[in-house]
Ligand binder design. Structure first.
Ligand code: CTP
Length: 399
């Protein structure tokens, strides 16, 4: 792949040299674009020597006035590392006053952004708002790591490891258009089961894992239908979203889209019980004690397992103990091809976190533990394993 590496002006610019070296080993070609501020930290000569190409810096110091357009067209992935707070703001708002920001606007391919900055600058609502805009645009943010920062403070802000960034770049690549022509149906988030017009029962699911799966499937060329419960997330670019509230509504939408689907992933945390007759008016505090009699909701995954057509069926098991055994039990009772066992008892992984640590339990009898990683990375691994599993199942059934 032909990669453009944009280097921003931060102390972490030196790490971009290591990233350039890694990318050179794995990708077809790397061209580096530096901001003026980046040049204060690292000499362009370093990158020129590493990549074998002239480094692009000043928009006006080049022979061809439209070089940024040509450069944008002939490259496949733009990765920006380190992305300073200033660059994030420029990208989010479409400012174009130097080579890198102009190139960003002219570039139509996938963009990977690895921010690095002081912890307070990272946490500032302005920076977070800019990041939200970039994420909603479908761009990949390689989150900074937590640790001791050059400014003397501790917290998130340190540029992710070059290896992590190089992997995120590879993921955007040509290898991964392996879901082209397929429809992937994904459910995500919690459901809300009303108790009266103003109250409901729900759970802590944030929807992040399901949304990461939707983003990963879309990036790999699939048509994605995301049946989403109420969450506070922006839908990934290019994904069709069907909003639902209750388990019953979720079932309806899933069944509606099922005929087109070749892969179905039930990442939603569906409420197991609901009030089948919801009072039409708000319940008043008249009694000293109330008890609720709840009925089971439709088990959507079990129904999909029973009617099992040509689709690959993947369920989730969110557990606080015996993750692997519970995942295997659900795989068997709900007739799935894969169940993603998910530990949700801790604070670092699980529901609201951006990280996850899961174990994949397959109908072939295999068990594949995946190391702790971002939900986006885990999503990619789930598709890698799902496609491999489908090949195995087809081979076993002589198809
Ligand atoms: N699921 C579903 N419909 C439901 C309940 C669960 O489709 N009414 C799906 C979830 O989307 C998930 C899987 O079933 O993919 C497992 O959900 P979970 O709540 O962990 O399992 P349960 O069968 O409810 O088992 P338990 O509550 O006993 O752990």
């Amino acid at each position: 792949m032909k990669i453009l590496l944009g280097v921003g002006g931060g102390i972490a610019a030196y790490k971009a040299a290591e990233l350039a070296r890694l990318l050179m080993q794995r990708e077809d070609r790397v061209r580096v674009v530096m901001t003026r501020a980046a040049e204060k930290f690292v000499q362009p000569l370093t990158f020129a020597a590493l990549t074998g190409h002239k480094v692009l810096t000043d928009l006006f110091a080049i022979e061809d006035a439209i070089e940024h357009i040509a450069v944008a067209q002939e490259n496949e992935v733009l990765v920006v590392a380190p992305a300073t707070a200033d660059l994030l703001a420029k990208f989010a708002h479409g400012l174009a006053d130097d080579f890198l920001s102009t190139l960003y606007l002219a570039f139509t391919g996938p963009v990977v952004i690895a921010p690095a900055m002081n912890v307070n600058m990272w946490r500032h609502p302005a920076t977070q708002a800019n990041l939200a805009v970039l994420r909603a645009r479908g761009q990949t943010i390689v989150e900074p790591e937590s640790g001791y920062l050059a400014c003397g403070m501790t917290g998130p802000g340190r540029l992710a490891e070059p290896e992590t960034i190089a992997r995120a770049v590879a993921e955007q690549g040509r290898l991964k258009q392996d879901l082209e022509g397929e429809t992937v149906l994904i459910t995500a988030g919690p459901t809300q089961e009303p108790l009266d017009p103003v109250r409901y029962i729900s759970n802590r699911s944030s929807g992040k894992m399901g949304y990461a799966l939707a983003e990963a499937a879309a990036a790999r060329g699939a048509r994605v239908v995301l049946v989403s419960g109420p969450v506070h997330l922006a839908p990934p670019r290019g994904v069709e979203v069907a909003w639902v509230r209750t388990a019953v509504e979720m079932r309806e939408k899933v069944m509606e889209h099922l005929p087109a689907a070749s892969i179905v992933i039930k990442a939603a945390a569906v409420a197991d019980f609901h009030l089948s007759k919801v009072p039409p008016q708000k319940v008043k505090k008249t009694a000293a004690r109330v008890s609720l009699e709840l009925d089971p909701t439709p088990d959507i995954l079990a129904e999909l397992g029973r009617r099992k057509g040509d689709y690959l069926l993947i369920g989730f098991a969110a557990e606080t103990e015996n993750v692997q055994q519970e995942a295997r039990r659900k795989l068997e009772t709900k007739n799935c091809d894969m169940v993603v066992g998910n530990y949700v008892g801790g604070s670092e992984t699980g529901f609201e976190s951006d990280l996850n640590e899961v174990v994949l339990v397959l109908s072939t009898g295999e068990t594949i533990p995946l190391e702790r990683a971002t939900k986006r990375e885990i999503a990619g691994r789930i598709f890698d394993e799902a496609l491999l599993l489908r090949l195995k199942l087809h081979a076993a059934h002589g198809r």
